[in-house]
Design a protein around this ligand. Structure first.
Ligand code: NCD
Length: 338
């Protein structure tokens, strides 16, 4: 049986005769359940695309004739544009579905939308939705491969991969590093995917947040919990800041934004507890003066925030490449593709 999900499924077996390296899932729904070899393989492919993207001629015709639909039920700047660029740089046709201008506004359900789009034979569907689990549900109703571009508080696998690529290129490794993920862990799919990826790859992960912004029993994910920011940052190699996801908050989680910044906002004083060469990361969008001080965010010696955006395109190209490989090879064998 072909494995269908990059999430909650056993590690896939390699095809007969293979050397075990590769990525043989049909979809990329999450980092949970992926093994270090699969993650390492995606990062290796992404590395080659970083180089391609730095050349004047950035285009390849690898996915020529294929169609990618970006289906975003939530707002996005970086993720949607980078998937669009990634598809175009690989020669794919890309359609951006505006959910506020589509039948979804007229009451069409998620599954009706999926079935309708499926009838147009997209090869890849990139989906973002506010409900955890919605992308997996959709993947069960369509023929093409599905990439989770963020589902509720659950997972955001390509963000974790691009963060890993940034770390690996800057630090030369992931294993053995100490990474502090700080801020609104409770509502963050970025935190969840990063915790899965970094612990799988052998990093020590700390979460730093007030008790109200931590999921129950978070230590079961293999992380160390800190409520004091300076102690949480002590001697760490990477400081990963998260946005306060106010749009997901029902009720009161904080006394005030000002107080949050005082205790948990990253400024140079708190950063001094980390290693002198500790890297500052943020998935964006940033709320300056809320979770991060503007001077720290723009510190060109410490901040890798713009590099994360660059790595985002390369990682998404790698995902499109590996997920469509089987279909492309079958087509080639049948003499259908040029
Ligand atoms: C993140 C997201 O949407 O989960 N953003 C992103 O994809 N770059 C984080 C956030 O919105 O704060």
């Amino acid at each position: 049986m072909t494995p269908t999900h990059g999430s909650s499924t056993p590690a896939p077996t390699s095809p007969p005769g293979g050397d075990g390296r590769g990525f043989f899932h049909k979809h990329l729904l999450g980092i949970e359940g992926l093994n270090p070899l699969e993650i390492g393989y995606l990062l290796e492919i992404a590395d080659t695309y970083v180089e391609q993207n730095r050349r004047a001629n950035k285009k390849k015709s690898l996915l020529k004739g294929m169609t990618l639909i970006n289906l975003f039920f939530e707002t996005s700047t970086r993720t949607r544009t980078s998937f669009e660029l990634a598809g175009k740089r690989l020669g794919c046709d890309v359609i951006n579905m505006q959910t506020d201008a589509s039948s979804i506004k007229k009451g069409e359900t998620l599954l009706d939308t999926a079935i309708t789009l499926n009838a147009m034979h997209p090869d890849i569907l990139v989906v973002r939705h506010s409900e955890s689990g919605a992308v997996k549900l959709l993947s069960e109703k369509v023929d093409g491969c599905v990439i989770n571009a963020g589902d509720g508080r659950h997972e955001h696998p390509t963000q974790a991969l691009l963060d890993a690529l940034t770390i690996r290129r800057r630090k030369g490794r992931i294993e053995g590093l100490t990474v502090a993920i700080c801020g609104d862990i409770l509502h963050s799919r970025v935190a969840r995917s990063n915790i899965h990826l970094l612990t799988t790859m052998g990093a020590r992960v700390r979460v730093v947040a007030p008790p109200t912004l931590l999921p129950a029993a978070v230590e079961r994910l293999g992380v160390e919990v800190f409520h004091d920011m300076r102690r949480g940052l002590e001697n760490c190699d990477i400081v990963m800041m998260l946005r306060l996801q106010q749009e997901r908050m029902r009720g009161s989680y904080l006394p005030s934004v000002r107080e949050f910044f005082h205790f948990y906002g990253l400024d140079h004083a708190k950063l001094s507890a980390a290693k002198p060469d500790a890297l500052i990361m943020h998935p964006g969008p940033m709320n300056r003066g809320v979770e991060i001080d503007t001077v720290v965010a723009d510190d060109i010696h410490r901040s890798a925030i713009q590099e994360q955006v660059e790595m985002g395109v390369a990682v998404r190209m790698a995902c499109l490449d590996v997920l469509t490989r089987k279909v492309r090879e079958t087509e080639l064998k049948n003499g259908g593709a040029s």
